[in-house]
Design a protein. Structure first.
Length: 570
């Protein structure tokens, strides 16, 4: 009996020690001099034991505990600590009991990670060799040239019957797979174009070391052009409709692109892809107007946008329904769907961009008729927010109305920070977490906050955008910097075919993973075991975890927009 009681006592003591383990959660990449310096301590009340020292060992002012917060989903108690005015660039050490955390303060804190998140798009190029000069160890031979792509039976027309060969080279691989999707490509470029137009001087100086770096165009625009050129090939020149995606019938295995053998197809034209195409081509026509490196592109893009808009208006119910198409046509297609049963938001975005490009009141009327009732976080499936932000920045006819809607939105977002566990608008609601949450619920709202900081109330909202950035970069329950290659703890096994198959230990740097996802949609099919079902801890750094650990161009685009805007301010 004594042995049993002793065992119970020891087990209880060990359990208590595990629960009391001290952790310090902080931005692991770096704080800007003029932002607040906040860390979160778990496992002990740091009052009286927390210290901050500079790189010479000098003890600085005593940090302030802002609040004590319990996790919304467990008994974990956290202490939100303000480290004080650490505005002098340098390396600092935060210590609580026997735990330490180094933090960096620098005006360039975000510069390298910003370049890496944008350079990711070069590494995701298809149809060209990824050269050692620009990619280092991540070099690879050209693959998926896409000069022999077939018209799928779902996409056939009188002028292009099934089996017709077309050429659709270039473009970015979409995510962990090797396919190319118009809906997501358009959204990704649209998000990054927003940040570009607000920070043009910054992007003119930003050198990402890509093959086009020697020309007169900013590297950022060169990278966008690589994907825009592919998108143009996805428009049927006979009627203006746009194919939904370029894909293999099934996802490839975890092999290198050069080893892929499946035939590639363009599949059904869709109203959503066509409106998205119209929007981003109109945007690109405006941005590239007069560009000496790409003469004639602006005119071509404008013509393509106008033609696409007309096709989409004439085919309002041409939604992409992969399940129905696969029952009707062979080969069946089982890759990413990007399906959407409502095209009003795409129509609003496209009409907005075409009006800002042409000044034609017909497009203004279209935008007015399809305008959103409220500002909603932009995602690939709900793009009205992109159009709304364009109106806010343009100062045009709908600007005041869209600014009011944006204000309502950012006020709600900012208010979530007041009592939050990790001192950020993101992270305390169950609905914050899910597929791609770190981009769609964390980065994109932060970009909206930056727009409001510029156009609604200067100086009011930027700090909340920075707080969401801190969450992504390490101030979160699991202590991950969720961007590969950065911080002391970052994902090593993303759901990304090239990073898995290339034989290199480290994945591509600069990739944002999807993040905690309590849905755990990959659990049954992959036999995975998640360490936690808590919404903010439901994450696995394992390759099969496509629900929490995949990467995607739209997610990285969201991070590029956020980081570049914040880096530009320095």
């Amino acid at each position: 009996m004594k042995k049993i009681l002793l065992s119970i006592f020891v087990a209880a003591a060990l359990s208590a020690q595990a629960q009391q383990k001290v952790t310090i959660r902080a931005n692991q990449v770096g704080y800007l001099p003029n932002q607040e310096k906040v860390v979160v301590v778990e496992g002990t009340n740091p009052k009286g034991s927390i210290t901050v020292r500079n790189d010479k060992g000098k003890k600085l002012a005593t940090p302030t505990i802002l609040r004590t917060v319990k996790s919304p989903w467990s008994d974990k108690e956290r202490y939100v600590v303000d480290l004080g005015l650490l505005n002098t660039p340098g390396l600092y050490t935060v210590k609580v009991k026997d735990q330490t955390q180094e933090i960096t303060v620098s005006p360039d804190a975000l510069h390298d990670i910003t370049k890496a998140t944008l350079k990711f798009f070069y590494l995701m190029r298809s149809g060209v060799p990824i050269e050692k000069e620009y990619a280092g160890v991540y070099e690879r031979p050209a693959a998926h040239l896409d000069t022999h792509v077939l018209i799928h039976p779902s996409a056939e027309s009188e002028q292009r019957p099934a089996g017709t060969v077309i050429s659709a080279p270039f473009g970015w691989y979409d995510a962990g797979d090797f396919n190319k999707y118009i809906v997501n490509s358009a959204f990704s470029i649209g998000v990054m174009f927003l940040a570009y137009e607000e920070n043009k001087d910054y992007f003119k100086r930003l050198d990402t070391h890509i093959p086009e770096s020697g020309n007169s165009t900013p590297d950022f625009l060169d990278e966008m052009m690589f994907n825009l050129r592919w998108m143009l090939t996805m428009q049927d020149p006979n009627d203006g409709g746009v194919y939904h995606k370029l894909t293999t019938p099934n996802f490839e295995g975890f092999i290198m692109p050069v080893d892929c053998q499946q035939q590639r197809y363009v599949v059904a034209k869709s109203v959503t892809a066509t409106f998205d195409f119209a929007a981003v081509m109109a945007q690109a026509a405006r941005i590239f107007k007069g560009n000496a490196d790409y003469p004639g592109f602006a005119s071509q893009a404008q013509q393509a946008a106008v033609k696409a808009f007309e096709w989409a208006k004439e085919h309002p119910t041409a939604f992409y329904n992969q399940m129905a198409l696969s029952r009707q046509y062979q080969p069946a297609v089982n890759t990413g769907t990007y399906g959407d049963g409502n095209a009003q938001d795409e129509r609003f975005w496209a009409a907005t961009e075409l009006y800002l490009l042409t000044g034609d009141n017909a497009y203004l009327n279209e935008a007015t008729q399809t305008k959103p009732k409220a500002f909603v976080t932009p995602t690939w499936g709900m793009v009205a927010g992109l159009g709304a932000l364009e109106w806010v920045a343009s100062g045009g006819e709908l600007a005041a109305e869209m600014k009011s809607k944006l204000t309502d939105y950012v006020e709600q977002v900012a208010a979530r920070s007041t009592n939050s566990s990790f001192n950020a608008p993101f992270g305390d609601r169950k609905e914050d977490f899910g597929w791609g949450c770190l981009a769609e619920q964390c980065c994109i709202p932060a970009v909206a906050l930056l727009m409001a900081d510029k156009y609604v109330s200067p100086g009011k909202y930027r700090k909340f955008a920075l707080q969401n950035m801190d969450y992504i970069l390490g101030r979160n329950p699991l202590g991950y910097c969720y961007v590969t290659g950065f911080g002391q703890k970052s994902p090593m096994h993303p759901h990304h075919r090239i990073s898995e198959a290339d034989g290199i230990t480290a994945p591509f740097p600069g990739m944002l993973v999807g993040g905690p996802n309590p849905g755990q949609q990959d659990k049954a099919s992959s036999g995975l075991t998640y360490a936690s079902d808590l919404p903010d801890e439901s994450y696995l750094d394992e390759m099969p975890s496509y629900a929490s650990n995949e990467i995607a161009i739209n997610w990285n685009a969201s991070l590029v927009a956020l980081l570049a805007w914040l880096d530009a301010a320095q």
